[in-house]
Write a protein that binds this ligand. Structure first.
Ligand SMILES: Cc1cc2nc3c(=O)[nH]c(=O)nc-3n(C[C@H](O)[C@H](O)[C@H](O)COP(=O)(O)OP(=O)(O)OC[C@H]3O[C@@H](n4cnc5c(N)ncnc54)[C@H](O)[C@@H]3O)c2cc1C
Length: 644
C-alpha cells in the first residue's frame, strides 16, 4: 500500500488579491459584521489561554460575544507562552535603522525559505506595530532606553533591531497583559473560564464545528460544551519528540482530534530546532532548557579548531578557536536564522569538534561583550538567563562560556487555515502556534509572539465576525443531538479502553521511545531510508502501545497518567504523518533538511518547481490524502537564501 494518496488541490479562497498593502484593509471592509445587540446571543469557545487564546478571548468578549475559555493548567496565566524569553518583533523603526513594514515582510518570507503565503505575512508585518501600542497601553513593562523610548535588540535573520523585550521574560509580561484583559472580562461575566479542563474531541454537526467534549481534570467529569464557533489556540506539538524546550504539558490533542474530524493538517514536518539550548546531559531528563536567541546579540559561538581538543575553553588561545558562524556567514555572523545556526552546530560536532562531555555542544562566549560593555550591562540585559544557566549546569557563564546545542523548539506546521484563519471545517478557527499560517519552513526568532497576538487581538476578531454574521441561518444545536451524543460516547469509550489495557509499560516509556525515533530520523536531518524506517518503527510501537500500556488509577478524578496516555496516543498518529510529509517533500527548506538535497557547500537545496506549495493533509486512517496549495510570490522572489 502506498503511504499516501493525492487529492484535489486546495485554494485559499479568502485571500484577497490586488496591491499587497491594501489586502488586509479590503478584507476587513468586505467581511460581514455582527451588530452589537446580536453579539450577545452568540457563544464562542476558545481552547487555550496562551498569548493567542488569551488575547482572542479577551477581545471577543470585549466586543460583546459570550466566550467560554478552556485550558488544562490551573490558571490561564500558566499557559506555555509564559516561558517565552527573548522578545517580540515589530516594524516600528524606532532605531531609524532602515526597518519598515515591507522589510519585516521581506525578512519573514525569506526567513521562512519561501514556503509561506505573502498575503498573510504582509498582514502580520502591518499588524505588528499595533501590537506594541496595545501592550504598552496595558502596561506591559517593555525595556526602555535612557530617553524613555522602548528599547529593541537584534534577533536572527534580520539586520535591523526590531525586537522589543522585557528582560528575558517577554512572554510572561505579555501574557500578564492578555491575562489581565481576560480577567476583566471574566469579572464582567462575559468570559466563562474553565481552567483544568481538557478538550478531548471536537463536535461537528452537519459539517460545522459546534462544540467540544471536555474532561474536568480534577473530578474526571466529561461534558459537552456547545457554541456557535470554536477557536483552537492550543499551541504547538514539539513534544512529539519527548525532549524539547516546550512546557511538559504541550500536546497535539486538540488539533489532532479536529484533524480526525476533517480539519486538514498543513506542513507537519516543518519543525524548528533551536540552536541555543542547554545540551542533553543524560537519560534522566524529561525536558530541555532554552537559552534565548537574544544571547546571540552579544555571545560569540565557537568551537576549537582542532578535533578532540579537550582543554578548558580559557586555555584555548584565540587563534586556535573557530568562530564558525562569523567565518561562514560574515554578513549575519552569530545572528543567522535558527535553521542555519542549528545545522552549522551539528556539522562542527559531527566533525569531532564539539565540546563538553558528550561532544554535542558548542560554546556561546560572552567574554568579549563583558570586556567591552562591563559585567553590569550584561547582567541588566540577560541576568535571569545567566542565573538559570548557572542553576542548571553549575557553571558561571560570566566566567566560562555557556555550552549550547540545538533542540526541538517550535512547530511551523499546524492545522491548515485560510486567510480568515478558518480551517477546512466551517466554524473551526485556529490561531497562534496551533495553525500553520505565517512562518513557512522556518520561523524567525521573536515572531511567534507577534503572530499569536496578531491573530488574537487583531485578525480573528475581524474574520470571525464574517462567519458569525451567518450564524442565524445555521441555527442552534443542543447536547442531545445524536451526533453530539455519539461524539461524547466515543470519548468515554476511548478513556475506558486506555484504562483497561493494564499492560506492563508506562506511558512515559512509550513517549520517550517515540521521541528517540523522531529525533533520529525526523529531526535535524532526514533521509528517505531513515524516514521509511521511522514509519515502520512508529507503527510497530503504536501497536505495542495499545496492547501494553499501563494506566494506573481510574477516570473518576485527577489522573495524570490517563491525561498523558491520551496525548501520547495522538502523538503516535501525528508522528507518522510528520514522517510521511517529510518523506514526500524531496527538497530541503528551512527546518526540513533532507540529506539527499543539499548544495555543494551543505546548504538547504529547495526545489521550487516541484515543491512551492503548502502540503495540506486530510485524515484518512493509515493512508492520508495530500492536497496541495500552490504558493505565489509576486513581491519577494524566491532565491537561494544567503546569509553570507
Ligand atoms: C522556552 C521558549 C521560549 C520562547 N521564546 C520566544 C520568544 O522570545 N519570542 C517568540 O516570539 N516566541 C518564543 N517562543 C515561542 C512562543 O512562546 C510560542 O510559540 C507561543 O507562546 C505559543 O503561544 P500560543 O498561544 O499559540 O500557545 P500556548 O502558549 O502554548 O498555549 C496553549 C494553550 O492551549 C491550552 N490547551 C492545549 N491543549 C488543550 C486541550 N486539549 N484542552 C484545553 N486546553 C488546551 C493550554 O492549556 C494553553 O492555555 C518560545 C518558546 C519556548 C518553548
Amino acid at each position: 500500500m502506498d503511504l499516501y494518496t493525492e487529492g484535489d488541490p486546495i485554494a485559499d479562497t479568502r485571500a484577497p488579491d490586488g496591491p499587497i498593502e491594501t489586502r488586509w484593509d479590503r478584507r476587513r471592509f468586505e467581511a460581514k459584521l455582527v451588530n452589537p445587540a446580536n453579539r450577545r446571543k452568540l457563544t464562542v469557545i476558545v481552547v487555550g489561554t496562551g498569548l493567542a487564546g488569551g488575547s482572542a478571548a479577551a477581545t471577543l468578549a470585549e466586543q460583546g460575544y459570550h466566550v467560554k475559555s478552556y485550558c488544562y493548567q490551573d490558571s490561564p496565566r500558566r499557559a506555555h507562552s509564559i516561558a517565552a524569553q527573548g522578545g517580540i518583533n515589530a516594524a516600528k523603526n524606532y532605531r531609524n535603522d532602515g526597518d519598515s513594514v515591507h522589510r519585516l515582510f521581506y525578512d519573514t518570507v525569506k526567513g521562512g525559505d519561501f514556503r509561506s503565503r505573502e498575503s498573510n505575512v504582509h498582514r502580520l508585518a502591518e499588524v505588528s506595530v499595533n501590537i506594541i501600542d496595545q501592550c504598552v497601553a496595558q502596561g506591559v513593562p517593555f525595556a526602555r532606553e535612557y530617553g524613555g523610548l522602548l528599547d529593541t535588540r537584534s534577533f536572527g535573520g534580520a539586520q535591523v533591531q526590531r525586537t522589543f523585550y522585557a528582560r528575558g521574560q517577554t512572554g510572561q509580561q505579555l501574557l500578564l497583559g492578555a491575562y489581565q484583559a481576560l480577567e476583566r472580562q471574566i469579572g464582567l461575566g462575559n468570559v466563562e473560564m474553565n481552567a483544568r479542563h481538557e478538550m478531548l474531541e471536537l463536535v461537528v454537526v452537519d459539517g460545522r464545528a459546534r462544540g467540544i467534549v471536555v474532561r474536568d481534570l480534577v473530578t474526571g467529569e466529561i461534558t459537552t460544551e456547545m457554541a456557535d464557533a470554536v477557536v483552537l489556540a492550543s499551541g504547538g506539538y514539539g513534544n512529539v519528540f519527548y525532549l524539547s524546550t516546550n512546557a511538559k504539558g504541550c500536546n497535539v490533542t486538540a488539533s489532532w482530534r479536529a484533524h480526525r474530524k476533517g480539519a486538514y493538517f498543513a506542513n507537519p514536518c516543518y519543525t524548528q530546532i533551536h540552536p541555543t539550548c542547554i545540551p542533553v546531559s543524560g537519560d534522566h531528563q524529561s525536558k530541555l532548557t532554552l537559552m534565548s536567541e537574544s544571547l546571540r546579540n552579544d555571545g560569540r559561538v565557537w568551537v576549537p579548531k582542532a578535533k578532540g581538543d579537550s582543554r578548558p575553553a580559557k586555555d584555548i588561545p584565540e587563534d586556535e578557536r573557530d568562530y564558525y558562524l562569523e567565518r561562514i556567514y560574515p554578513s549575519f555572523g552569530n545572528l543567522v536564522p535558527r535553521d542555519i545556526a542549528s545545522r552549522a552546530a551539528k556539522n562542527v560536532c559531527d566533525s569531532g569538534r564539539g565540546v563538553g562531555p558528550s561532544g554535542l555542544g558548542v560554546y556561546l562566549d560572552f567574554a568579549d561583550a563583558i570586556n567591552r560593555l562591563g559585567r553590569k550591562a550584561i547582567e541588566a540585559k540577560y541576568g535571569n538567563l545567566f542565573e538559570m544557566y548557572e542553576r542548571i549546569t553549575g557553571e558561571d557563564p560570566y566566567e566560562v562560556p555557556m555550552r549550547i546545542y540545538p533542540a526541538v523548539h517550535y512547530t511551523m506546521g499546524g492545522l491548515w487555515v485560510d486567510y480568515d484563519l478558518q480551517s477546512t471545517i466551517p466554524g473551526l478557527f485556529v490561531i497562534g502556534e496551533a495553525n500553520f499560517s505565517d512562518h513557512g519552513a522556518n520561523r524567525l526568532g521573536a515572531s511567534a509572539l507577534m503572530q499569536g497576538l496578531a491573530d488574537g487581538y487583531f485578525v480573528l476578531p475581524n474574520t470571525l465576525a464574517n462567519y458569525l454574521a451567518g450564524a442565524g441561518s445555521f441555527g442552534k444545536v443542543d447536547a442531545s443531538h445524536p451526533e453530539v451524543v455519539a461524539t461524547r460516547t466515543a470519548v468515554e469509550e476511548r478513556i475506558q479502553k486506555l484504562l483497561s489495557i493494564n499492560g506492563d509499560r508506562t506511558v512515559d516509556s512509550f513517549h520517550r521511545e517515540l521521541g528517540q525515533i523522531m529525533w533520529e530520523h525526523c529531526g535535524m536531518e532526514r533521509s528517505d531510508a531513515g524516514l521509511r524506517k521511522a514509519i515502520d518503527e512508529i507503527r510497530e510501537l503504536r501497536e505495542q502501545f495499545w496492547q501494553r500500556v499501563r494506566v494506573p488509577g481510574d477516570g473518576e478524578g485527577l489522573n495524570q497518567s490517563l491525561e498523558k496516555a491520551g496525548r501520547v496516543a495522538d502523538f503516535f498518529e501525528l508522528a507518522e504523518l510528520m514522517c510521511i510529509d517529510a518523506l514526500h517533500r524531496e527538497e530541503s527548506c528551512g527546518g526540513h533538511f533532507r540529506a539527499e538535497h543539499q548544495t555543494p557547500d551543505g546548504e538547504a537545496q529547495r526545489d521550487d518547481d516541484r515543491f512551492a506549495y503548502v502540503a495540506a493533509w486530510e485524515y484518512a486512517g493509515d493512508q492520508p490524502v495530500l492536497h496541495k496549495e500552490d504558493l505565489q510570490f509576486e513581491y519577494v522572489h524566491p532565491t537561494q537564501r544567503s546569509y553570507k
